[in-house]
Design a protein. Sequence first.
Length: 488
Amino acid sequence: MLDVQNGAATAIPAPATPSHETVPTGAAESRPGPPVRPYALLAGALGVLYFLYSWVQYERFRTPSWDLGIFEQAVRAYSELRAPIVDIKGPGFLILGDHFSPVTALLAPLYWIWSSPLALLLAQAALFAASAAVVGRTAQQVLGSRAAGLGIAVAYGLSWGLQEAVKSDFHEIAFAVPMLALTCRALLLGRWTAAVAWSAPLVLVKEDMGLTVAMVGAVLFLRGSRRLGAALAAFGVAAFALTVLVLIPAASRVGQYDYWAKIEKSSAGADVPFTEVLLTALGAGEKWEMLFFLVGITGFLALRSPLMLLVLPTLGWRFLSQDPNHWGMLWHYSAILMPVVFLALVDAVRAVRTSRRGWLVSYGKVVVPVVTAVSVVLALELPLRDLLRPETYRTDSRTLEARKAVEAVPEGASVETNVTLMAHLTADHTVYWVGGAKGVTPDYLAFDLASGWSQPVSDPVGLAASLHPEARYTVSFQAGHFVVLRRV
């Protein structure tokens, strides 16, 4: 049934039965499920685009951060039935003491088939693409239109949040994206137990996801399943508290959750009083730009759906963070918000069909094609556009030099390196981050001279001496942008 108050319409399920599997009267459950094939084909095309971009970026040594190397070491350890030790974070560092993401162990069998960082990028592309199929089929089932379903799937698949995540290489949130899509689908179709089943495992993706699970419980509560919603909300809050107060500190060397510092300290390392954190949380323009585009890609109509409650935990910690990397539209932080806002749009379009406001009904009829058109236009300025440029596929001198630098480090050696070469060395070397090999003297140091350590490297031998004064290093390879030093 529909609850209409003051001209606003919100889809509300009929009273739940003991199984909690009821659906709104006249909702999409009464219709046959949409065919899978059109969405599978679209997802396949998106997956190819995602992986092609990731593959070209990897092969051309354009890796933007150390995260691909970190996850490569972790998943490789899982595949070898070892504890997830990530030496990039520090010699012998247990990664579960950094972020709590045991879900990445599910990728271990993939490494038994293809032991490469590219396997992680392929898995992420497949997970993102699968979520597009879920979003599109849900849109068709709820709105009763294949054109709407395919349009929403295209808009979602080309969204800036997913494209920036692809550009940022692999992250554990790749698992959360389809899980959130399936959670929102279940909420829209009134499948309460399915919503719980898909959302509860999110606590294994990353520590902050427990609060998102709690918000799923809040939506269930608002939509009539009060007992189940309250239980899920309590579970989410408890899982968050257990993870950041007990599990991560137990695995961490310092005995605490390090990322509190992202809120408590400035980028320069100075303490920031919490009152000041709250007062400045809304200050940066980058945050507002990100928020504008987050809801703007849905024509702002998603704001009428209770599903938007699910974005609040992620937006909350990002707004409170003192780290500018968390504020804007770059990196992977917005990927988990994409399935929520697009399915919130679907929910809102369904709801406004019975609004008493004629203009709102009319807007609901045109918003999907408008959103689709806008997403295609915006995509021309987003990362995947590079796939249309011939120079993207050219092997330049820098790439050839990087390959030779990697070959200059013997298999099995320990090496301290920076971002550019890192993920290319983790497969068959013990790899440390430049400046992070405390208490260890690596066999080799390998630098991208342009990005170096915290600044470009003008004197690699001098940098080696400052990092490891107990050892002496000599240049064993140098060409253009790269240098490899060997311990003598």
